[in-house]
Design a protein around this ligand. Sequence first.
Ligand SMILES: [Zn+2]
Length: 253
Amino acid sequence: MFILKRGYILVVFAGALLLAGLLLLRGFRARAVPASAPGHGYTVYLTFDDGPSKNTEAALDVLKAQGVRGTFFVIAQADEYELSLYKRIIWEGHALGLHSYTHDMHGIYASTAAYIDDFERVRDWLLESTGISTHICRMVGGGGPGLCSKAMRNAIVAYFDENGYACYNWDIDPRDSGAYPKAADTIARNIIDAARKKPDQDLVILLHDDRMRRTLAQALEIIIPYFRERGYDFGVLGRDTVLDGSRARMGSD
Ligand SMILES: [Zn+2]
């Protein structure tokens, strides 16, 4: 009986020691990034377009394991499985923004009215299907010069302003979209190379989580530690987010 009791005390003692050790290690890790680290005081916003898909699920798993939140600009996916992912995004503390209903570049950019119609369709569909409403968005293709005239872009941005939406582009595009998935280390290297050229600012990073982006989760496993080790925080975009030095927030010009 005495031996059993002693054994029990030993196990409890060893457990307490292990816990103390882990807490200490966490403390050391948190202190390991000095205030002079290049990213200190700046925030990285990881953003994901064109999902959700099964690749969103893998990305969410990595974000959860790393304790990082991101921003998902979604399209309409009616599949039961994908419907559950919009809710998981919200439940796990990420931000969700509107991207497009059809993502049909040609149709969307046929006119300002066509663009706004597609936007309102995804907004209404998301609310009806999931109960989620949001006031952040990203234009399809970023509303770039190859897609629409400056006048049309300004008219769309004015619509967002008048209706209380904050619209975000990005500071870094690793060119991860396209017909085939890019290797994870190529995506990570593209991001890191671009980040080095923009050292003194917040960074909004464009990524994609559609069905083709099978290497996304693996890329996140490289990208997140890279920024964390350099002292960056990770944030989510909201209607009132103020970005330091970043030009990602859209305004009419
Ligand atoms: Zn897109």
